[in-house]
Design a protein around this ligand. Structure first.
Ligand SMILES: [Zn+2]
Length: 73
């Protein structure tokens, strides 16, 4: 990670990230592990659905709240 402004994880999107989607694939990750995707306002629902239908989505939180809880790095 760098100190650049975080960018949305959606393919081809260059918008600033606003949301953090925390997810876990139980087939490859231990239960407490969290992978994160970043999403802009416009892609939050799309990415949430992508993870949600697979049963991977654990949490959706504002990036600024995630950073205050987990550190910005
Ligand atoms: Zn986006």
């Amino acid at each position: 990670m760098s100190d650049e402004t975080p960018i949305c994880s959606a393919k081809g999107c260059r918008a600033d990230a606003v949301w953090v989607l925390a997810w876990n694939n139980p087939k490859i990750h231990t239960p407490e592990r969290r992978k994160t995707w970043l999403a802009c306002e416009g892609h939050r629902e799309h990415l949430s659905q992508f993870l949600g239908v697979r049963g991977f989505l654990k949490d959706v939180v504002l990036l600024k709240e995630w950073e205050s809880a987990h550190g910005s790095a």
